[in-house]
Design a protein around this ligand. Sequence first.
Ligand SMILES: Cc1ncc(COP(=O)(O)O)c(C=O)c1O
Length: 474
Amino acid sequence: MAEPAMIHPAVALSRPVEADVAAGRRRQHGRRLPDSRAPLSGDTMPAIPLVTRGNGLRLHCADGSEYLDAVSGTFNLPLGYNHPHVVAAVQQQASLMSHVSSDLARPYAQSLLDRLLALAPPQMGAGWIRDATGSTAVECAVKIAQKATGKSDVITLFHGHHGQTALTTSMSGPAWRREGFPLQNSGGILRVPEPNCASCFYGQTYPSCELLCARRISDIAAQAGRGSTACLIVEPVLGNGGNIVPPKGYFRALRRVCDDLGILLIADEVQTGVGRTGYFLASERFDIRPDIIVLAKGLGGVGVPIGAVLMRSELDVLQTSDHSFTGGGNLLGLAAAQATLDVVGARDFLAGVRLRGAYLGGLLSSLSQRQPRVGQVRGVGMMWGVEIVDAAGRPDPETARAVVGIARDRHHLITRSSEYGRGHILKVRPALIATESDLEEIVDRLGASVCDASVREVESVRDVEGTQHASAGL
Ligand SMILES: Cc1ncc(COP(=O)(O)O)c(C=O)c1O
């Protein structure tokens, strides 16, 4: 397998990609290009050569190397990198017009909304399609809840992730995410423990806990809230927080809590929506019965940005001046979403995802049986998390990070660990179009990476022991 070349990201931005591809062929692998520009703030030097083309689950690089993507981009490519039906729809739309102002785009947005509502739980009767990102779509949902209830505050889960705008950062946990942003620690967000049975905040065991994590929410709101709670927001499967799949009965209990408190339940389906769990919406899969559903990421099929908010008819309270963005509900996004629904909504597509998702779960479980550094495997559909543990079975974020690096550099597999590399859960969320053989390849490469990471650790322990022995004159 070819060693990846290091190419400075700023170079890729300084002229058309085609020029870089040509230059990449002439360039010697591994040679760094001169810094013709300062790097973009926040950039780190990528360990992957310049990617020039995506095909299905694979990324092709300027130096001829190829990577298999186990996480579908940023978990936003349900149909892979270049599904022809979506690409054709976007090309066709771009040739007509890419943008008209939102009032003129209304018929296009309405047509998409009608299709989304037909796929949503029956209580959903209205929608808002003026967002391009999940973060602002979540903010839209909160604004709807606030305006409809006349209240202000939001209940979120400790390890929930809802985005990176000022408000959604403040809604996302844990605390390190908010460090350095004092404004985002201001009041109005009440955080409660999530239903993580592998590491219960209350030290309980399911089912004898009788879902204490859900039942306690009312007490927390009563004791620690400001008396003005508008809504509770939850990811059906906590994605960035460690692929936590709530136990049976949790969502029913949550619905009861919301009804008792008189607050709205928002399902953040930015990651779980558009077939990721083997159902168009996880709200259907888990019978969540939310008042509001947020979609983004996968809605654009191949990565075209678009967000949407669905709600009960009586929550249709926003004015256009309340929430609208220049690039939100853009015609290209609307075209991509329509084409995505053609594919995901086709007969048998989701049944196939359920079957292949179960196959993936089986492959990962058998990896866990063979490989002691793989602990619990949890997930549903094409959304899996693999726990990386140390020799004593404790969570091991450092090895999880090492596995991600080894997978990328040695086995040309792209995966990611939870909580932006701070967590010990490896994410496996391939495109929904992954075949059985793609899934086998992903798990083979992942298994080899875990193996290499464990060997590397044993070798480094030996090196330390060797050094100690040498310095002790043994
Ligand atoms: C569950 C969830 N909600 C919201 C967001 C924010 O979406 P975006 O990055 O498009 O703003 C994310 C992004 O990772 C997410 O996973």
